[in-house]
Design a protein around this ligand. Structure first.
Ligand code: ZN
Length: 157
């Protein structure tokens, strides 16, 4: 599902025009970035990004210049499957204003334990390097957007 990868400094995205890989630095996710090859403006990430490693998660939430919505989920969890398309909508509609990432708590057990995730799905909002809000259970995209906007003091269009 995810079309982006993370490294120690940013999100790696393919340019939709020429295919060139570009890095969107975590500290400048709210800036316009142009493709290094064809110079076209790159669209901000508009889909949930799967977190592969705990270290990537830590760097992202520490440095991200826009709020990060974390979806803690697992493949066997029915409500998680229900909320997945809602999070896709949120990621697409709020691209550039916030980032949606997914943490599989079966794979990244350390994160689930560190943040005391007791039920899934759980959604958390990180802003300014720390968790500012959390909610458990599936909910529709509109509710998720309201929850994030309130938590991160974000005007959502
Ligand atoms: Zn390009």
């Amino acid at each position: 599902m995810s079309t982006a990868d993370l490294d120690e400094r940013g999100i790696i995205v393919g340019c939709p025009a020429c295919g060139q890989k570009n890095r969107l630095a975590y500290e400048r996710l709210d800036d316009e970035v142009r493709c290094g090859k064809c110079k076209r403006t790159l669209p901000p990430p508009g889909a949930p990004i799967d977190i592969g490693r705990t270290a990537d998660f830590d760097r992202l939430v520490a440095a991200a210049s826009i709020p990060v919505v974390v979806d803690y989920w697992a493949p066997w969890c029915g409500p998680c499957r229900m909320v997945a398309p809602e999070l896709q909508k949120v990621a697409a509609r709020q691209a550039g204003r916030l980032l949606v990432v997914k943490v599989n708590t079966d794979q990244l057990t350390e994160l689930g334990e560190r943040f005391g995730i007791r039920s899934i799905p759980t959604m958390a909002v990180f802003a300014g390097g720390r968790e500012v809000a959390r909610t458990a259970g599936a909910r529709p995209a509109d509710d998720i957007e309201r929850f994030v906007a309130e938590a991160a003091h974000l005007p959502l269009g």
